[in-house]
Unconditional design. Sequence first.
Length: 264
Amino acid sequence: MNPETYAQLEEIAARYPQPRSGLLPMLHLVQSDEGRVTADGIEACAEILGLSAAEVSGVATFYTMYKRKPVGDYHVGVCTNTLCAIMGGDLIFERLKDHLDVGNDETTPEEEGRRSITLEHVECNAACDYAPVMMVNWEFMDNQTPESAVQVVDDLRTGTEVRSTRGPRICTWREAERVLAGYPDDLADEGPAAGPASLVGLELAHERGWSAPGGEQRSRDHRADEGAAGAPEAEHAESARRVEESPADVKSEEDPADKGEGAK
């Protein structure tokens, strides 16, 4: 491992009161530098954190985002969990396997002028409202079809810019791993953060004037507190008072209707 990467691993460990808490981002940095979690990377993390190589290896083999085999320039993950599968995820995965001539968790051969792709079927990507979903280096590609998925991987292989549906333009897998290690690429605010399906509930609430119970009163109280001199100190004092009181002594101020219900 090169000295610069080792120094950055030490830097990550130093961010945490308990250095071992830095293991996950440290492993991402190893992948960014070496293309996978290597034996040298495991030994370096263990040495810095005062852990055994077995302990580090146990973490690296538990989480599926850590790879023990080399990953290509781009990692393409097709969701084949229940909803995505019945919406077309299985068809997308089969089409990409045929198109790229690889199986699950395999990488296309290195070719001059073409970038490599690692293809994997993955479990739920937490984007069921956009099924079927595919991810490229953990960035969402929503509402895919076999044809659109093929176009995405073809563009990636030829170096054509590809943009996430809800996020920035796609970087390489190693660049994405460096971001996960805690080194920003300044692309976080590029592209939309939420899509229409995610915002339907909010739009309905606005149209119909809905709000959370007590929400309007809390908003007014918050605005009043912001305008009052010494409001932060008063808020902290009130919080401390409530912590010292037993739950039975704290009167509910959020739902005056409770009193009426009790009387019934």
